[in-house]
Design a protein around this ligand. Sequence first.
Ligand code: LIP
Length: 289
Amino acid sequence: MGGPTLPAGVAAEELEAVARAVAEEAGRLVVEERPDALGTSVKSTRTDVVTEMDQRSQELLVARLATLRPDDAVLGEEEGGASGTSGITWVVDPIDGTVNYLYGIPEFSVSVAAVVGDPTTEDGWEPVAGAVLNPVRGELFHAHAGGGAWCTTATGTRPVRTSDATDLGLSLVGTGFGYDAGLRERQARLLVDLLPQVRDIRRQGSAALDLCAVACGRLDAYYETGLNAWDRAAGQLVAREAGAVLGGPVDASLARQLSWAAAPGLAEPFGAVVRDLTDRHVGASDSRR
Ligand code: LIP
């Protein structure tokens, strides 16, 4: 099956190089220019925090993409994207794991993906290149469609592959929770039913890094309900290129109600159990953040 169709004259490798470059610039910004007194405000609920560095990171990403890819659109988590005419949209999370960033926990990322299609729809889009940077660890995960998944650090670039897990009862599973208290209650009930069936759970706080953790075998599987496109766009491409099987509530289409990724040997039992538990505990209409 062929990969996503790119607009004429667009090379996925070039988009990957752009994603890597701008993610690294934004990563330097959020680490090196974080003020002692970090300005914050709230969005959907009082726990849904945004910092001044989320906004500054997105402003940098939009400005650099306007220079490097002037005809492309940009959709970001924070206010202030850009329209485009090329058929490529950059879907960016300027800081994924904002609460970790706020608390000084070194598990946050800058996530940058180039997608075809409309990323404001549920599944009418597909990533073609992307990069996820943990700027504290200095780990840059990156991929383009059909090019494999890679991790670049100060010591070089290595290919990444999923684990060879096959036993659900021995699987290490990542997840996350939304900002709405009612959704969190239902997500917790899902977790109560899942936890006895797996080895253990990790809640690391960045969907992009969780998907990259599946890609490199630090997690055997990951699921989350209520993700936005910017949380997952780059990480899902890295995971798929690393050999992970990905899916949603009914089929291979990741969706707001449920997005999951698993090592191939685990995909059938894991996909079945998270689809069933999501149906039981988190209805489609409950997947607001
Ligand atoms: C975060 C997600 C994470 C989720 C958090 C939060 P943000 O994104 O990446 O998976 O569990 O609640 O939504 O808001 O830090 O960009």
